[in-house]
Ligand binder design. Structure first.
Ligand SMILES: [Zn+2]
Ligand SMILES: [Zn+2]
Length: 411
C-alpha cells in the first residue's frame, strides 16, 4: 500500500467501501426479496412490502456514509503508512493465533461501543438531530444497513479510530472485521427472519442478535439496542419483552402456497387453512379502509413510539383504548393517570379508554373525543386515514387551536 499515491489510496478505499456495502446489501436484497421472494414471503417479519421510495432514501444516505467512512479510512490509512497505528503487516510478528483473538476482541469492543453510543443517540435531546434518519425506516430493507445521518456516520466510524490505536491488528484480521460488520448490518436490516426456530432455544448460539431482534428496534424505536450480541441488552434490561415470542411467531409461520401445492383432491385441513388465510387477508384489506385496528402513537417531542392504541367499532361510532405503553427509561412500567379527574383518577393508563364518539362524515370520522392521559384533559377530535390506510391523522381541538398527531398502523 506504501507505493500508492494519496489519490490512488483514496480511490482504493472509496471503491472498497462502496463495494462492501453494495455487494452485501445488493446480494441480500436480490436473493431474499427478488429471486427467492416466494420461498421467504412467510418469513417477512412485518408482513409488509418494502417501499421503493424508502429504499432509495436508504441507499442515498448509505452513499453519504460510504463517503464519510472513506474520508476517515483514508486518514487512518495515511497514519498507518506513517507508522502511527498498531496495524502490523508481518503475520509472523505475533503468531498465528493472534489474528483470531484480535478479531474476537474487535467484535467485543465494537459491540460495547455500538450499544452505548446507540443508547446515547436515543437520548431525547440527541435523537432528532443524529439518529432519526436511521429510524425513518420503520420497516427496514437491506439497503438501510448504512442509512445514517452524516453525524451518526461519524459516530459509527469512531470504532475504527478506537481499534487501530488500541488493538494490534493484522490487516487481514481488520479486513475480516470489516466484512463481518457489513454482513451483520445487512442481516439486521434484512426484514426477513431466515434462522430456524430452534436458534433462540440453543444456548450455543442464542446470544447472537437476529434479524427479528433489530427489526423490532426499528418497529418500536426502543429496546434491543445491541449489534452482534444480546449481552448488553440483557445486562441492562433493555431487551424488548416480546422479543423471544416475536422470533418464535415468525419462525413458526407456515410457508405460503403449501395448501395449493398439496394437489387437487386432497381437500382438508390445508384447504380450509388457505381459505381462512384468504378470508383473513380480505378482512385485513377491508379493515385498512377504517381506523379499526392497532396504532402506534409517536411522541412529537423525540419521534419515539409512545404507545399502541386499539380502535374498535362501537355501535355507529368508534372507541379506542391504550393497548400498550413504551415507557422511557426513567418512567414507571405501568403508569397511572394522576391528572385525570373522576373515576379515571389514579387508574392505570394501559387499558384506559381514550377515544369515544365519532361518526363517519365523507372520508373523515368527526365529533369524537380524545383524552390525553398526560394532562387528564379531553379534547374534541376528528381523524382521517392517509397512506393507503396505514397512517391515521388524529386532530384534537382546544378552542380555536388544534394539534394533529400522526399514528402508524401496526402489523
Ligand atoms: Zn436506534
Ligand atoms: Zn438499524
Amino acid at each position: 500500500m506504501q507505493n500508492l499515491s494519496s489519490f490512488d489510496l483514496y480511490q482504493h478505499i472509496l471503491l472498497t467501501d462502496f463495494l462492501r456495502y453494495f455487494i452485501a446489501a445488493g446480494t441480500a436484497y436480490l436473493v431474499f426479496w427478488v429471486i427467492f421472494k416466494k420461498q421467504w414471503a412467510h418469513r417477512i417479519i412485518q408482513q409488509k412490502p418494502l417501499q421503493a421510495k424508502r429504499m432509495w432514501s436508504e441507499f442515498g444516505y448509505s452513499m453519504s456514509t460510504v463517503l464519510i467512512f472513506t474520508i476517515i479510512g483514508f486518514g487512518l490509512m495515511s497514519l498507518k503508512n506513517a507508522g502511527h497505528t498498531l496495524i502490523y503487516n508481518d503475520l509472523a510478528e505475533r503468531g498465528w493465533a493472534w489474528p483470531f483473538i484480535s478479531f474476537g476482541l474487535m467484535l467485543l469492543l465494537h459491540d460495547a461501543y455500538f450499544y452505548w453510543t446507540h443508547r446515547l443517540m436515543h437520548h431525547p435531546k440527541i435523537f432528532r438531530h443524529v439518529h432519526l434518519v436511521h429510524h425513518r425506516s420503520t420497516n427496514p430493507s437491506p439497503w438501510a444497513a448504512y442509512s445514517f445521518h452524516p453525524m451518526e456516520a461519524v459516530v459509527e466510524a469512531g470504532i475504527f479510530v478506537f481499534i487501530v490505536f488500541t488493538i494490534p491488528a493484522h490487516g487481514l484480521a481488520l479486513l475480516a472485521f470489516l466484512f463481518y460488520m457489513i454482513a451483520r448490518n445487512v442481516v439486521g436490516h434484512l426484514g426477513i427472519e431466515f434462522l430456524p426456530k430452534r436458534f433462540i432455544k440453543s444456548r450455543w448460539v442464542n446470544w447472537h442478535t437476529t434479524t427479528t431482534h433489530h427489526d423490532l428496534h426499528h418497529k418500536h424505536f426502543n429496546g434491543n439496542y445491541g449489534l452482534y450480541f444480546t449481552w448488553w441488552d440483557s445486562w441492562c434490561g433493555t431487551e424488548q419483552v416480546g422479543y423471544q415470542q416475536a422470533f418464535e411467531e415468525v419462525t413458526s409461520r407456515e410457508k405460503m402456497g403449501q395448501a395449493e401445492e398439496s394437489g387437487v383432491g386432497k381437500i382438508g385441513l390445508r384447504k380450509a387453512k388457505a381459505a381462512a388465510i384468504a378470508l383473513f387477508l380480505l378482512m385485513g384489506s377491508a379493515d385498512a379502509q377504517t381506523p379499526v385496528g392497532n396504532w402506534k402513537t409517536i411522541d412529537d417531542g423525540d419521534g419515539k413510539a409512545r404507545s399502541t392504541v386499539q380502535i374498535e367499532a362501537a355501535g355507529q361510532g368508534l372507541s379506542g383504548k391504550v393497548a400498550s405503553i413504551f415507557p422511557r427509561d426513567c418512567e414507571p412500567p405501568d403508569p397511572v393517570c394522576e391528572k385525570c379527574s373522576g373515576e379515571r383518577h389514579g387508574k392505570p393508563i394501559k387499558g384506559m379508554n381514550i377515544l369515544w364518539g365519532f361518526r363517519k362524515s365523507g372520508t373523515e370520522w368527526v365529533d369524537g373525543s380524545i383524552l390525553d392521559p398526560a394532562n387528564g384533559k379531553t379534547y374534541r377530535c376528528k381523524m382521517w386515514l392517509e397512506d393507503d390506510g396505514n397512517t391515521l391523522k388524529v386532530r384534537g381541538y382546544w378552542g380555536i387551536f388544534w394539534r394533529t398527531q400522526t399514528w402508524k398502523r401496526v402489523g
